[in-house]
Write a protein that binds this ligand. Structure first.
Ligand code: FE
Length: 380
């Protein structure tokens, strides 16, 4: 009941969201378009049930125990998991979905009044951005520190990884033998001239890959590598990772850099075109003989000034339980961060691989340098 009254504030009172699911109370796009004056007020009762003034106050009514999640992840499966958390703890999960940068901006604008407790985003670079913007606070939790490997958490505890995604090579099986592939570094070799596809360097996945290379190989070597890579492009960067995989399948290029789950998603697709593309291609995990394949993460952090911080930490700890990890990682064909959890069969069929264990916080830390490198080296 209390939740429906929320709907009667803000969003629904503006007549733009008549049907809001119980937990998906907020729609960032709508709120943003309505202006940032609309406050979020979870679980405050509105006895009249009618229109009320927008409130800018954080939730103070503790009649119901809540955690307010600002999430840049959008998978239906997540909702089931949140319901499970509520069933176990009695803590209601309110979800505000949006693009990561919008969510960060929103939390900044809401300032001390922000109801945000937990921030979830995809890519270490974005978690780093949230940290740099000062919206997170460190968490000291034995549960989190034990479950999440050290390289997959921010050293001071400002954010923790939830899932892993590998940035792999996808190659055309007619034109490339797996033995010809070895490392990311090798893609700068002249033997790949006119054969490599990769999306724009503006994409955060590529920026994080480059951040990891700066950390391990140094800025100078990374710049030389980018120059060689650009010289080997089959075409100017266009589209997303799926477009690179399709271009490889179509023979426009022989090898592409892409996140593994896009290939897995296509392998499970009902679209015959996706299946045809998968049949022409295969996944290769680079750098197995040295540092391992670059992984990125989706992550979570406790928001600075979180009004329900105890609930928030309980929620974060819940998300690293084996049960939650299985659901959370399978939702996007990713790898769990905790050990001993099964992965999706299609992902498992890609095989086990050595992971580059450089700390994920280095990706964002090196980002300013990465931007200079790609600009100088001409990776659009
Ligand atoms: Fe993605």
């Amino acid at each position: 009941m209390a939740h429906q009254s929320i709907a009667s504030k803000g969003i629904a009172s503006k007549g733009i969201a008549s049907k809001i699911t119980r937990r998906r109370l907020w729609s960032l796009g709508l709120l943003l378009s309505a202006g940032l004056t609309v406050g979020i007020s979870a679980c405050q009762s509105n006895p009249t049930g009618g229109q009320t003034q927008d409130t800018t106050e954080a939730p103070t009514d503790s009649a119901e125990s809540v955690v307010n999640l600002y999430s840049a992840r959008h998978y239906d499966i997540d909702d089931e998991l949140y319901e499970e958390f509520t069933a176990e703890t009695g803590i209601q999960v309110n979800v505000l979905e949006g693009k990561p940068d919008e969510l960060i901006e929103r939390i900044k604008n809401e300032g001390e009044q922000s109801p945000a407790d937990v921030f979830v985003a995809v890519d270490a670079g974005r978690m780093w951005r949230a940290q740099e913007e000062g919206i997170l606070q460190p968490v000291t939790s034995e549960v989190l520190n034990t479950a999440v490997p050290e390289n997959l958490r921010e050293p001071s505890g400002e954010w923790f990884s939830l899932t892993k995604r590998a940035r792999v090579l996808v190659y055309n099986t007619d034109n490339v033998q797996p033995a010809e592939l070895s490392t990311y570094e090798d893609l700068a070799d002249p033997k790949w001239q006119g054969r490599v596809c990769v999306r724009s360097s503006e994409n955060v996945y590529n920026q994080s890959l480059l951040g990891s290379m700066v950390e391990t190989n140094g800025a100078e070597a990374t710049e030389t590598w980018v120059e060689g890579l650009v010289a080997n492009f089959a075409r100017q960067p266009e589209g997303g990772d799926v477009d690179q995989i399709k271009a490889v399948a179509a023979g426009q290029c022989d090898v592409a850099i892409a996140n593994h789950y896009y290939w897995a998603r296509m392998a499970k697709s009902d679209d015959p075109a996706d299946i045809a593309a998968v049949e022409k291609t295969a996944v290769f995990f680079p750098n197995q003989a040295d540092r391992g394949t670059h992984v990125n993460i989706s992550g979570m952090g406790l928001v600075k000034g979180a009004p329900n911080s105890e609930n928030a930490i309980a929620f974060m700890e819940f998300l690293v339980t084996p049960e939650a990890q299985k659901v959370f990682s399978e939702g996007n064909n990713e790898y769990p961060v905790v050990t001993g959890v099964d992965v999706d069969p299609v992902v498992a069929a890609l095989g086990e691989f050595k992971v580059d264990e450089v700390n994920v916080a280095s990706y964002g830390r090196n980002n300013p340098e990465v931007n200079e490198i790609v600009n100088r080296a001409g990776w659009q």
